[in-house]
Design a protein. Structure first.
Length: 231
């Protein structure tokens, strides 16, 4: 999905528009690299199965060893790109929702300092709060006469919010399993950054949540554009 075309003289301030564009480009790049890393890892898993079949009872198993060694690096790279994608997508959603809401309410542009702060990775709680904004109610009705459009938007945002809530619970579970003193409650975990609480030896905290977050991050600028277009 591309970035919408905005009028430079429109209601977005130059720094808001620049930040939204830059985060969008980062999200698109990170998403592509993460998906490519996943395809690479899947191919290696298939190669590992083939090597295991061919080398059963074999004297030398260098083929399988080579695949496993490469797969370890591929696994690390997949998680590395996923965490980068999460960081930029989460920031894009929080900034985008903040700008969308302020445009919908006809409020003054955000200050440069506020924009820069919102470009940083949000805590899980901040992301959850942004996903709780009734975006579907703020967006104007489409001209295409699609009666379920608003309901579909509300449903997807609610599912994403529930996914972040589950991620917060996973962060608490990981801390308990690792016998860490922090975070031990959901309230404490809500103040954490996901990228700092996703140990490489555990199942990814972002599993099942990252892909829909990436989609929302790409959609939010178009929501802003719809509000401006109907203004």
């Amino acid at each position: 999905m591309s970035f919408p075309r905005f009028d430079e003289r429109g209601p977005l301030s130059p720094i808001e528009l620049a930040a939204l564009r830059s985060l969008n480009a980062a999200v698109l790049t990170a998403r592509f690299e993460w998906q490519s890393a996943g395809v690479f890892w899947d191919r290696l898993q298939g190669g590992s199965d083939v090597a295991e079949l061919h080398e059963e009872n074999a004297t030398f198993t260098f083929h399988g060893q080579a695949v496993q060694e490469i797969a370890r690096g591929a696994t690390a790279f997949e998680r590395h790109t996923a965490l980068i994608a999460w960081r930029y997508a989460a920031a894009a959603v929080v900034l985008g929702v903040t700008v969308l809401q302020r445009v919908a309410d006809a409020k003054p542009p955000l200050s440069p300092m506020a924009v820069r702060e919102l470009c940083q990775e949000p805590t899980l709680g901040q992301l959850h709060q942004a996903l709780s904004v009734p975006v579907a109610d703020l967006l104007p009705e489409r001209d295409l006469n699609v009666p379920s459009d608003r309901e579909d938007t509300a449903r997807r945002w609610a599912q994403m919010r529930d996914g972040v809530d589950s991620a917060i619970e996973v962060v608490v579970e990981i801390a308990a399993d690792e016998e860490e003193a922090h975070p031990r409650t959901k309230a404490e975990a809500a103040g954490c950054l996901l990228t700092e609480h996703c140990p490489p030896h555990t199942d990814p905290v972002y599993q099942g949540v990252l892909e829909p977050l990436l989609r929302l991050a790409e959609e939010v600028p178009f929501g802003i554009s719809r509000i401006i277009g109907k203004g």
